[in-house]
Design a protein. Structure first.
Length: 158
């Protein structure tokens, strides 16, 4: 049995509107694949939440792109799950990190600093192999989710 390519990452956020604004303004993910309130009884069950939990969602994606690599933002209330306790200055075991290519990591870094967001590592050149290296940076979204940007390789736009 084999699985297909990843469709999306699901993030559980404390404020759907704030998280949407962050991913749209900082990363430019302007498209919306789907949004609304998850009302089917299986929705809460899949999340391990009691029946009747309120789940609002917005699945965002790049405009005009394929329906892969999307970010699903889910705000669960009634009851609201507890926040994950973790240190903010570095990674934590069991933590995930969203990784995106980017045309201008320095420009994104400036937006993050100007907006008072947490930057774990500013743009830093990472030499992966003898012939391949590029600037990368790591920062946190409003709920502490790690995001890694890799400067798009001009010789390999994919």
């Amino acid at each position: 049995m084999a699985v297909g390519s990843m469709v999306r990452t699901a993030l559980f956020v404390s404020n759907l509107e704030r998280s949407t604004a962050f991913y749209r303004s900082i990363l430019g993910i302007a498209g919306t694949y789907a949004e609304g309130e998850l009302t089917h009884p299986a929705g809460a069950k899949l999340l391990g939440m009691p029946a009747g939990a309120k789940v609002r969602y917005r699945i965002i994606k790049q405009e005009g792109g394929p329906n892969r690599g999307m970010v699903g933002l889910f705000e669960v209330t009634n009851p609201t799950p507890p926040a994950v306790a973790k240190r903010k200055e570095a990674i934590n075991i069991g933590e995930a990190c969203l990784v995106f290519y980017c045309d201008d990591v320095d420009g994104v870094h400036k937006k993050l600093v100007d907006g008072g967001h947490t930057v774990v590592c500013p743009p830093t050149h990472l030499q992966v192999t003898e012939k391949k290296g590029q600037p990368e940076m790591v920062f946190m979204d409003p709920d502490g989710v790690l995001v890694n940007l890799i400067q798009r390789d001009p010789d390999n736009p994919n």
